[in-house]
Every structure is written in C-alpha cells, then in structure tokens.
Ligand binder design. Structure first.
Ligand SMILES: Nc1ncnc2c1ncn2[C@@H]1O[C@H](COP(=O)(O)OP(=O)(O)OP(=O)(O)O)[C@@H](O)[C@H]1O
Length: 276
C-alpha cells in the first residue's frame, strides 16, 4: 500500500490527498451517502436535512410531488449545486463536496437528463464511439483505429441497449425511446459506477416503457442506478426500494407496497396523483 493509500484509508480528513481517479471504496459502506444536506434558494429551503444512502449495485427509485427537491438532489450529487451544509460521499473515499462537475463525472457518476441529447447527424455506433472519447483514459488511442477491446465494448453496449440492428443508422431517425436508450448507452461507455436517470419514460410508448424497465433492471447490480420518475406504473414495474421526497426531506422509504400504503405518502403525493 502506498503512503497515499494509507493516508486516504486512515481517515476522511485526508480526502484532499485522494486522486480523482482513485477507485470508489464500497468495502465498508454504501456507494452514495448524503447526510443532513441543506440547500436554500433565496431563503427557501429546497433541501432540508436530507439523508440518503444508496448501496452498491442497487436500483433505487425516487418519487415525490413537484418541487420536492428531486432535481436539486441530483444537482448536489453531480456538483452542479453546492449545499449550504451537510456531507455527500461517493463510497468512503470521495468527498463530493470538494469536487467540481467534471471531477465527479470522471469518478464514475453519470447523469441522464430527461431530454435525449444524442448527436443526431452521427450513426448510433459513432455516438457510442464519441462517448468513449469523453473518457480521457481512452482519448489518445481513439485518434488511431479502434482497438479490438474498444470495439467489443461498443458491441457489448449496443447489445445492452438493444440497438445492434440499428448501429449504422443515423441517430436522428431513431424513435424517442431509442434515443433515450442510446444516451444511456453513451453513459455506459464510460463505465459509470452510479447512474442518475431523470424521468426516463416521459413521452415513451407502453412498449418502450417495458423495454426501458428491462434495461434499467438489467443495469442494476453491475452499477448502481437512481431513477427519478413520476410514472407510478413504471416505478412499480422496476422498483425494489423507493424513496419518497417531500419538501426537501425523505418522507418515506421502503418497497413500493410499503410506501404506497403509507398514509403520509398518500396524503402528499399519491392521493394527488390519483385525482390528477
Ligand atoms: N435555482 C433555483 N433558484 C430558486 N429556486 C429553486 C432553484 N432550483 C430549484 N428551486 C426550487 O426548489 C424547489 C425544489 O425544486 P426541484 O426542481 O428540485 O424539485 P423536483 O422534485 O425536481 O420537482 P419536479 O418533480 O417538478 O421536477 C422548488 O420549489 C423549486 O422552485
């Protein structure tokens, strides 16, 4: 063990010594840990003593009414928004509050926004190749021809996202759902440890939703996946553990059956959803 590893292992105080590329350490705890996080915007508490733990390989769904703080929570994890107070750790080594957005991405946290942002003029294959280039470790090699290993990584991701037969087609002609899967594939090219996925099924057909449910559940285990979603049918189809946010805090946590029978959750969220 190097001196750096020894110091990093010894105490979190030495976090500043941990290189950004150091592996995520989940040997003794969760992959993502938020403790007593607070964020105010002009005096309004968007995140209020938020505590959240995501285990390695877990698929977690986050639900909650509009304005509950779901997006702000994702923004905090990815370094877009700095909390006023609290702790945010990626494994036991990486204090995310000391890192900026690119550093957090390079540690292995990928974020999928609601709207797909694929390169429409490029083929499906080229989109995936370009996403690999965003991984600085492989950038120098991509200026030459793809290595066998890189090609097989693209093939593997194409299979995962179910777009093998469309790999030569322009991304612009894909359906909305296929574009979403391609974008998830682009994130996978960088081998993230944690994927944050914002409203993946908005605007999808029933069939696309089913395929997305299969895709996200197949990713869990290999990486941790946090899905923010309003579509309760979809959440029910994929969720093992559900966290309900309300007014910037965790209102309830448990299986879908547990949270959907929780009177507090029915009052602030599910009741309103059913009436809508
Ligand atoms: N940059 C900002 N400035 C001021 N207020 C903000 C800002 N970002 C978020 N808010 C407020 O913080 C609260 C939480 O917003 P957030 O977008 O995190 O909720 P959400 O749960 O993602 O909602 P939705 O389901 O509608 O996407 C809201 O009241 C919102 O208006």
């Amino acid at each position: 063990m190097s001196l750096l590893d020894a110091l990093a292992d010894r105490d979190r105080v030495f976090d500043f010594l941990v290189p950004a590329s150091s592996p995520v350490d989940v040997r003794h705890g969760p992959i993502l840990y938020l403790e007593d996080v607070n964020v105010s915007f002009d005096g309004f508490k968007a995140i209020n003593n938020l505590n959240l733990t995501i285990n390695d390989g877990e698929l977690r769904c986050i639900i909650g009414p509009n304005g509950a703080g779901k997006t702000t929570m994702m923004d905090i994890i990815t370094g877009k928004t700095r909390p006023d107070s609290g702790q945010v750790w990626f494994g036991s080594r990486h204090n995310l509050l000391t890192k900026n957005e690119p550093e957090i991405a390079s540690l292995g946290i990928g974020r999928k926004f609601q709207k797909p942002t694929v390169f429409e003029a490029l083929s499906v294959f080229d989109n995936l190749e370009l996403a690999m280039a965003a991984d600085k470790r492989v950038l120098p090699t991509l200026t030459a021809r793809l290595s066998g290993e890189q090609r097989s990584r693209i093939d593997e991701v194409l299979e995962t996202i179910g777009l093998e037969s469309l790999c030569g087609r322009q991304a612009g002609i894909l359906s909305h759902g296929q574009k979403q899967w391609l974008e998830i594939g682009m994130l996978l090219m960088q081998r993230p440890r944690l994927l944050l996925v914002d409203e993946p099924v908005a605007g999808m057909t029933e069939q696309e939703m089913e395929r997305t449910a299969e895709l996200l559940t197949s990713l869990a285990g290999k990486q941790s996946v946090v899905v923010v979603e309003h579509d309760m049918g979809f959440v029910r189809s994929i969720a093992r553990q559900v966290t309900v946010l309300h007014q910037g805090s965790v209102l309830a946590e448990g299986t879908m059956d547990q949270v959907s029978n929780d009177p507090k959750v029915i009052e602030v969220y599910l009741g309103a959803e059913e009436e809508a």
